[in-house]
Design a binder for this molecule. Sequence first.
Ligand code: IPM
Ligand code: MN
Length: 368
Amino acid sequence: MSNKYKIAVIPGDGTGPEVIREGLKVIDAVSKKYKFNIKYDRYDYGGQRYIDTGKILSDREAEDLKKYDAIYLGGIGHPDVKPGILEKGILLKLRFDLDQYINLRPVKLYENIKTPIKNAGPEDVDFTVIRENTGGLYTGIGEFKNKGTKDEVAVQSMVYSRRQVERCVRFAFEYIKNMHKANPWKGLTAEEKEKGYIGKLTLCGKTNVLTYAYDLWERVFNKVARDYRSIITNYIHVDAICIYMVENPKIFDGIVTGNMFGDIITDLAAVIQGGMGVAPSGNLNPEGVSMFEPVHGTAPDFAGKGVINPVAAILTAQMMLNHLGEINAAADIEKSVKNTIKRMKSMQVGEMGYTTSEVGDLITEDIS
Ligand code: IPM
Ligand code: MN
């Protein structure tokens, strides 16, 4: 019997619905080819519903999403809503309530994509950022003192429990180990290979200033590393990570880091892989329901014009299918994305040489 999946689709705001439409087109094509069934339920959570009804996202609505095999999300945010309301009330609430403690962000430069990094090719940019997704500065713990007065003080706390750090770090080691079980990382030297190493994991932190939070991260990282002798480990401060990502991205295989640094370095990473138009991500709860969303957000200025690049959303669909275990279908999507990219003029908004839906069609035809 063929596999059946139930997916919650949240197209969201701005260009979200346009890119999700293309992602679903591609999923339909592979589901026919590989004979699995997907049932979608659509939810209108987002800025427009908030403006129309005043509803953000209730505990019950978040809870209800736990019955799905996965969630496919376009983007949340609205220019007419004050920053923070929808992000905290919908996106972060989902990540937190569903305990999606990993934000997995693969960074791959595909053939034929322009990168601002001089002389870099696909062999130079190919790594994965494993971002902690439920803690740190994102917990919203903090306060104002003497608000509005000239003595005002604002506090925003970076909070991490050992348990939170350990499950993230362990996931990162497992992920790198599984990825390289059959295919060792290309960046290994002959000597390292001989010693039996298969991959590398870098801890990104700021131990010279954040002497509580990243001290904990470093101790946990070093402890967990002992269980993964085949993985090379190192530590780099977040500011230096930004230098190397531009100067010598080849040195990265896996990068594990906290929530805030992960947010920032993955925008930089998206730029070196060719822009927001190609950067996918997954909010994972390895024991529960995971949610897949492109890194780019809603890009409201471009909504409804058919100019946004759907490749990030399509690669996000690919990650979702991989996660569901449809590995061949996922590999097929990646192959067809690569073929289509070769035909596109650019990955940038409005410069693709095709409309949003034409890009989706090209990928779908390549699959069929
Ligand atoms: C991201 C986004 C979100 C984040 C915002 C929209 C809350 O920037 O997914 O990277 O900071 O995590
Ligand atoms: Mn971000």
